[in-house]
Structures are given as C-alpha cells and as structure tokens.
Design a protein around this ligand. Structure first.
Ligand code: ZN
Length: 382
C-alpha cells in the first residue's frame, strides 16, 4: 500500500480516536522527531519486554471488535469467553503463541486498527502502570498486508514503524518515552529478517527504534543457527543494540548466540538449568528480561515461588535482572501487579525490587537520563 494512503487513513483514525495531535500525524514522524529525547521525571517503572501483539488488554480489544462488528464476535459472542481464551494456562510455548496470531489478525489492517491500539496502550501505561519508559517490540512484517507479495510487504514495514511512532507521539498528555524493538521471527525467510535488521538501522528512524530481537517458535533456532548468528553480526555491525528470546524454554538454549546480545529475552533456563553460564553472562554485563507470568502460562514453572531460587542465583552471580510482563494485556497482568505478586509471596524483598527497577533503567536501550525521582527515592538507604 502506498505510504500516502496509509497517512490519510492514519489521520482519519486519529480523528476517530479523538486525538488532539492529528495535525502532527499528517507528515512523517521522522521529520518531527525531537533531536534529543526528553526524560520525564515521573513514573517508577521501565518496561523492557513487551510485545505489541500481547500488550493490549482484552477489554480494549473486545470493545474495538464490537465497534467494528468484527467477524471474530461469532467465535467470541461474550467478553467472558474472549477473556477466558487469553487467560487460560497453555500447554507449551507453541500453544501460547497462538494468542499472538489471533491478536495480530485483530490489529490488521494496521492503518485502521493499530493506531488506535497504540494510543490506548500509551494512555494506560502512563495512567495505570506508572511507566516512565517502554520498549515495545513487534515483527513489522507480520503487520503488513498479507495479500501483497514479499517485496511489497518488506516495503510496507517502514509504514508500520512510522504509524506506531506517530500514534505514540500523538499522546502528548502521557509523556513516557516509547521506543520500538523490531523482532526478527524464526518462521520468516532470511531475506525478510535481513530487511528487518536494515530497517531497524535506518538513520531517519533512530528516534523510534532502539534494538532488534529474535522471536518465534524455539524449535527453529538450531536448524537455522548460522543465519541467526549472521543476522546478529549484521545488526551489531550497523551499530544496533540486541536482545533475543533465548533460554526461554529447554529447546531455545543456543549458547552460540549469547556473545552477540546486550540483553537476554527471558534467559530463565540459565539460572534454572545452565547455572555455569551465569558467570559469563555477568562478565558480559548482560541483563535477563524475566517475565514471571509467562513461565506459569507456558508451563516452565509451576508456581511463583519457584522464582525465588532464580532471582537468588542471579543475585549471587552478579547478573542484572529486569522484571517485565512480556504480554501484559494477554496475561491481564499489569507491571505493578506483577511486582506486587512477587513481593507479597516473599519471592523477592523490597531491596531486590529496587535493584531490579534500577537495572531496568540501566539496561534500557534508549534511556540515558537520570533515574526518575520516585525510583531515586526508593533506592535511598532507609
Ligand atoms: Zn517475549
């Protein structure tokens, strides 16, 4: 789809959502990017691992489906049934990823739906999650028009990034810092993943994209390992920061990728089953992005309290940890509630929590300002 078409539809979409910044969306966000990001002094949390496909709360998705009389209402005639689909425990990661596929279908076509969802995400993150900073990850190719051929879909990826950036920038009442992480995907061909890396490195998008990631079913890691190494080398040569869904499940443990990462998406299997790697992870200064609810949903852990040893092993080895939600919407679990669950079950104490919150800002790819005041106070000696 030509970019001009996307822009005109974006503006209509903004008008429908009541955005006061519709005028700011009419031209490319690249041309309006602030030369240096400003850092809000409010908010307590930095969310480093959040998927666009899983960030939107079920009630917001369902409300939008009803407004559009979406065909999925036949499958989910009531909100209860829709919510049950998202909150039930999954048998494994592959089953869990089915939720992403369904939400991605709800977010297409992007110019009709994605803009709206991102505005609601930013509003909720600022007002209800107390976020100062968010890294939002997605595979832009999976949000392009599936009826187009591969080269045209690759061309369209830039519009997806710009649309998300424009939606976030339109929410001027909620001044959190939002950056995108572009995910390569294990089910996509090499050429598409290479195009995702090159797009992430485009100089004109540097104020919107902060890193690349690798996501998708873990069983496709090993058979294509040389490609993943090549792509992460390319990313690094282009000056990109890197993270990857790695050591999330027992089939996703690929030590060959570890040297190319700034952070590790999950990495929970390292303290669980590969503890000898903790020393090298600490030496490289890599931070684990731990997402407690995910491990309960995918069957990796049986209970929250199983995480007590995971955190302790990381602390003992000097490995930084950031607590994240992965899919706050699909889990129906906001980041502050995730933290509270860990505290009230004595999985971690307040000093650990303060340390992990600090680590989130330290390892954030696009935060170079001071810690927000609420967090600075929390980390003062009592
Ligand atoms: Zn994830």
């Amino acid at each position: 789809m030509p970019r001009a078409t996307i822009k005109s539809k974006q503006t209509r979409s903004a008008a429908r959502s009541g955005s006061s910044a519709a005028a700011a969306i009419g031209s490319s966000p690249s041309s309006q990017a602030p030369s240096a990001p400003s850092y809000p002094n409010t908010g307590l949390y930095a969310e480093l691992h959040l998927h666009l496909g899983g960030a939107i709360l079920p009630n917001i998705l369902y409300h939008h489906m009803q407004r559009d009389q979406h065909a999925l209402l036949k499958r989910f005639p009531t909100f209860d049934r829709f919510e049950r689909f998202f909150t039930r425990r999954r048998t494994d990661l592959a089953d869990y990823l089915k939720m992403h596929k369904l939400v991605e279908s709800l977010q297409r076509p992007a110019e009709e739906h994605l803009f709206y969802y991102v505005t609601r995400l930013v509003r909720g993150a600022y007002l209800f999650d107390n976020l100062a900073y968010m890294e939002l990850r997605h595979t832009p190719y999976n949000r392009t028009d599936p009826d187009l051929d591969q080269p045209r879909r690759i061309d369209q990826m830039r519009s997806i990034v710009e649309l998300i950036a424009a939606a976030a920038m339109s929410q001027t009442r909620y001044p959190l810092v939002l950056r995108q992480i572009l995910c390569m995907h294990t089910e996509l061909p090499f050429e598409v993943n290479q195009a995702i890396v090159r797009l992430a490195a485009a100089p004109e998008l540097r104020n919107f994209i902060c890193a690349v990631d690798l996501a998708g079913p873990n069983h496709l890691y090993r058979s294509r390992i040389d490609q993943w190494v090549r792509l992460f080398r390319l990313a690094r040569s282009l000056g990109l920061r890197t993270t990857a869904h790695l050591y999330e499940t027992e089939t996703g443990c690929e030590p060959k990728l570890l040297p190319y990462l700034d952070r590790i998406g999950h990495g929970v299997q390292i303290p669980l089953r590969h503890r000898k790697l903790l020393a090298s992870v600490a030496r490289r200064g890599q931070c684990l992005e731990l997402c407690p609810t995910t491990y309960l949903r995918t069957g990796t852990l049986k209970d929250y309290t199983d995480l007590r040893d995971v955190f302790k092993a990381c602390d003992d080895a000097g490995v930084d940890v950031s607590i994240c939600t992965d899919n706050a919407g699909l889990h129906n679990m906001r980041l502050p509630a995730e933290m509270e669950n860990l505290l009230v079950r004595d999985v971690i104490n307040v000093d650990q929590l303060a340390r992990y919150l600090k680590a989130s800002f330290k390892h954030a790819f696009a935060w170079s300002g001071p810690m927000p005041e609420p967090l600075r106070r929390l980390t003062l000696p009592s």
